[in-house]
Design a protein around this ligand. Structure first.
Ligand SMILES: [Zn+2]
Length: 363
């Protein structure tokens, strides 16, 4: 398997059409999978569609450009725009529709991942770097792609996307701002009013020219779902922002390294729910940090990749794999961002088996 690459060009509608055409079959797979999954756990197609319509009209006011691109994807993929909205807002829709029940079922539908931020003095060639596994439902393995967004009104950027999503999961931009993320969960996720969804925020972070603007995307309004945003800058600044619908917490590298998984780190006041269902989260982050630290000052792409391939406590390991009947998740990609050289490395599938591909913003 190898990741498809799209070099986007033109206005938002046109960029969306490029996405929809190249990823048409993967978008179809994702749409059918998530709709079926949602309906299997207590909701129905009509309710999902009506929730997607509400989000679409909310997004129209918040970011007409995002919606225009979304409509372009829908047109070229031959799918209703509400279906593409569902794919873009799937985390929020799931939690809003299912409320408390969603928390109990989230290990069946949400995604995990293990991430890291490395200050320049921790790495071999003095570059700030970010990394993560993107973990999700094994059934959608092979549907991610890498895209390069032209400068347009703002900076150019490179991201890894789920098929159909206009907002990236991780990426970096031309001024050296990078982003990786971890899903988090609290008992009040999905219960508040609509605010900017995760994928719109991740895109806005990569459109920021300065570090403070990138951070403001996370902290200027409360989110409806919990998430950790690990944001780095090529000039050697890294901050991890744990967010829940009613609280935020800032974490910083220690001795040049910070790692995160899917629980709120100890010492805060936010009651974390995820690890009740995904008990591997508390050890994944520390284990990855120990591995990285073993080569402190000389950490390179190969060393990071070796940590992302870790199979301790398999199948619920850093590089995770599905297990019949009990564990539906797989690592869908390993991602490494070199914020100095503006290079994104990624695998299509678990890194223990898939080759690392290299994508540069400048080419
Ligand atoms: Zn593996």
């Amino acid at each position: 398997m190898s990741l498809k690459f799209i070099s986007f060009a033109g206005a938002p509608r046109e960029r969306g059409r490029q996405h929809g055409e190249i990823m048409r079959s993967e978008i179809g797979e994702n749409a059918e999978f998530y709709l079926k999954r949602f309906c299997a756990y207590g909701t129905d197609q009509k309710t999902v569609q009506s929730e997607a319509e509400c989000w679409l009209s909310f997004l129209e006011k918040l970011s007409p450009e995002y919606v225009d691109e979304l409509r372009g994807v829908a047109e070229a993929a031959n799918r209703p725009v509400e279906t593409l909205t569902m794919l873009n807002i799937r985390h929020e829709i799931w939690l809003r529709l299912m409320a408390r029940r969603a928390v109990d079922l989230s290990n069946l539908v949400l995604d995990g991942c293990t991430s890291a931020g490395l200050m320049p003095d921790a790495t071999g060639e003095g570059a700030a770097m970010l990394a993560q596994t993107i973990d999700g439902q094994a059934a959608i393995c092979g549907t991610l792609f890498v895209g390069k967004m032209p400068r347009g009104n703002t900076v150019s950027w490179l991201g890894i996307f789920e098929a159909g999503s206009v907002g990236p999961t991780a990426g970096l931009n031309e001024v050296g701002i990078g982003l990786v993320c971890n899903s988090l969960l609290t008992a009040i996720d999905g219960r508040g009013r609509m605010t900017a969804p995760y994928k719109l925020r991740s895109r806005s972070i990569l459109e920021a020219r300065t570090f403070d603007r990138a951070i403001s995307v996370i902290i200027n309004t409360d989110p409806i779902i919990s998430m950790n945003y690990l944001i780095g800058h090529a000039q050697g600044e890294i901050i991890s922002i744990e967010t829940s619908p009613n609280a935020k917490r800032y974490l910083y590298p220690e001795h040049g390294i910070i790692t995160h998984a899917n629980h709120f780190e100890p010492g805060g006041i936010i009651a974390s729910e995820w690890e009740r269902f995904v008990p591997d989260s508390p050890f994944r982050s520390r284990r990855f940090a120990r591995h990285l630290r073993s080569k402190l000052g000389a950490i390179d792409v190969d060393h990071i990749l070796a940590g992302l391939k870790d199979h301790f406590s398999y199948p619920a390991s850093i590089c995770c794999h599905p297990a019949e009947g009990s564990w539906p998740n797989s690592t869908l990609a390993a991602v490494i961002l070199d914020l100095q050289r503006l290079t994104l490395f990624a695998t299509d599938g678990p890194p223990c088996g898939a080759p690392l591909q290299r994508f540069e913003l400048s080419t």
